[in-house]
Write a protein that binds this ligand. Structure first.
Ligand SMILES: Nc1ncnc2c1ncn2[C@@H]1O[C@H](COP(=O)(O)OP(=O)(O)OP(=O)(O)O)[C@@H](O)[C@H]1O
Length: 258
């Protein structure tokens, strides 16, 4: 499978008086299963807008998102359903991705049932336990009955990853998924994501402003500035031979070793 954004632009026109905001301008990007693609750039550069377009949560003003050449915007309901399963979102937990009133078993189980990924309650429970263990929450029985507030920040982020993985996606779009976590917790969650890439072949579009994280996990890096992708390439190339002045500026502000 190949996920592409082709010449995507998004312009927000809010009030009559204010000027239009060109949040994304002619962005082209490719993601594949088994590949860790990072989008980096400062706050306001359009990363989240591009992520929402890739997730089909927002329509581009121009350009298209395609899966194996087929335009997502023109898919029928059944096609979009498959798309939404294949391309999953993992967002930052403080954004309220987990309902505080749902136990872990229900938060993950409901998604499995909704997408018809299990036929019986027993099968659903087995699948919930399986994905919790895949993200390092073992034994799963220790976590199934907990509410989000009974988990640490890192554990909540793992539950969000487990919930995404439960649908057997090919690609996960992760927007600032580890940014709020402490360094050691962050490293643990990143290790889980890398492990899932190796074991299940899942790919990532990973949005962050955290360059050391990119240095650690990315295969391919896109650099965004003012809505445009100013440079992209294999991680080592971006870190050792950045060609755009903005990339050099970013690297100078946060020196990291690839
Ligand atoms: N719904 C909206 N209406 C109007 N403007 C918007 C909307 N969503 C985003 N924008 C604007 O688009 C630009 C890009 O925002 P976006 O959130 O995509 O950037 P970002 O790189 O993800 O930033 P951050 O790292 O701070 O989340 C910003 O100027 C933002 O104010």
């Amino acid at each position: 499978m190949q996920l592409e954004a082709l010449d995507v632009s998004k312009t927000f026109r809010s009030r009559r008086t204010s000027a239009p905001v060109h949040a994304v301008r002619n962005a082209t990007l490719t993601a594949r299963p088994g590949q860790f693609v990072a989008i980096v750039g400062e706050s306001g550069s359009g990363k989240s807008t591009l992520a929402r377009i890739l997730l089909d949560l927002l329509e581009p003003t121009e350009g298209s998102v395609r899966v194996d050449g087929q335009e997502v915007g023109s898919m029928d309901r059944a096609g979009k359903r498959v798309y939404r399963r294949n391309v999953q979102a993992v967002l930052q937990d403080p954004a309220g991705s987990l309902n505080p009133r749902k136990r872990v078993s229900r938060a993950i189980g409901e998604v499995i049932r909704l997408h018809g990924m299990a036929r019986t309650p027993a099968e659903t429970r087995r699948r919930v336990a399986e994905v919790l263990e895949l993200v390092g929450m073992a034994p799963a029985a220790d976590y199934l009955d907990r509410f989000p507030h009974e988990l640490s920040g890192g554990q909540r982020q793992r539950v969000l990853i487990a919930r995404a993985i439960a649908l057997d996606p090919r690609i996960i779009v992760a927007d600032e998924a580890v940014s709020a976590l402490d360094a050691s917790v962050k490293a643990g969650v990143l290790a889980v994501m890398a492990d899932l890439k190796d074991r299940l072949g899942v790919g990532y579009v990973f949005i962050t402003h955290d360059l050391p994280v990119v240095a650690k996990v990315a295969d391919h890096v896109y650099v965004m500035r003012h809505g445009q992708i100013v440079e992209h390439g294999p991680k080592d190339q971006i870190f050792s031979e950045p060609s755009h002045p903005y990339t050099r500026e970013l690297l100078a502000a946060a020196p990291v070793l690839p």
